[in-house]
Design a protein around this ligand. Structure first.
Ligand code: TMP
Length: 215
């Protein structure tokens, strides 16, 4: 695809602070006069919100891994179609919480689904769109899950055993090691929000300087 905008994703285990950091990053970029669109998966669109409820609800306890995976892919297809591609075409910076790497880490490595199948379905869902820059917020999963469930009851995914979340974290680190050009790993555990934000902002600024004109 030949979009003119910049596609930035925030990834990481549950409780790594993606939403907080996405908000801070978007505000700071907007203060500089940049046009920013935020989204998140699952749930960044109206249809996605309904899919999110189905996926995370405890009443979906009987949902098999493939069904879960396909619902995430459906949510992603709608997000790409309705939010991400139009924003990129308009030259905007898209700041997205979670994208294909989440499905590889959670459904691929976490639930043990075939990684190639995960990638093929996601290629269909995203029409081959790949983030320009991915910020991986790394955190000890025990701390992350505790942090995520401090302010709400654990959802269906958060309540999975600690070894699931450890597998997810290790998968993320492996993905980052395989694609150092795209990924920046940010330590998110045991640091204050503003410190993490500064590191994220500096990484993004550096990326924008080398990848856009006039910065
Ligand atoms: P969130 O809490 O970051 O909004 O994400 C909700 C849960 O969905 C979280 O536990 C991670 C999980 N998830 C997947 O398992 N696969 C995916 O593709 C996505 C987008 C999220």
């Amino acid at each position: 695809m030949s979009e003119r905008g910049i596609f930035i994703t925030l990834e990481g285990p549950d409780g790594s602070g993606k939403s907080t950091q996405a908000g801070l990053l978007a505000s700071r970029l907007e203060e500089e006069g940049r046009k920013v669109t935020r989204t998140f998966e699952p749930g960044g669109t109206g249809i996605g919100k309904r899919l999110r409820e189905i996926i995370l609800d405890h009443r979906s306890a009987g949902m098999c891994g493939v069904a879960e995976f396909l619902l995430y892919a459906a949510d992603r297809a709608q997000d790409v179609h309705e939010v991400i591609v139009p924003a990129l075409r308009a030259g905007r910076i898209v700041v997205a919480e979670r994208f294909v790497d989440s499905s590889i880490a959670y459904q691929g490595y976490g639930l043990g689904m075939d990684i190639d199948e995960v990638k093929v379905v996601n290629r269909i869902a995203t029409r081959g769109l790949v983030p320009d820059l991915t910020l991986l917020l790394d955190i000890d999963p025990a701390l992350g899950v505790r942090r995520a469930t401090d302010c709400h009851e654990a959802d269906r995914i958060e309540q999975r055993r600690l070894d699931f979340h450890t597998t997810v974290r290790n998968a993320y680190l492996m993905l980052a090691a395989h694609e150092p050009e795209r990924f920046r790993v940010i330590e998110a555990g045991g640091r204050c929000i503003s410190e993490v934000h500064e590191e994220i902002y500096n990484a993004v600024k550096k990326f924008l300087v080398t990848h856009t004109r006039g910065d």
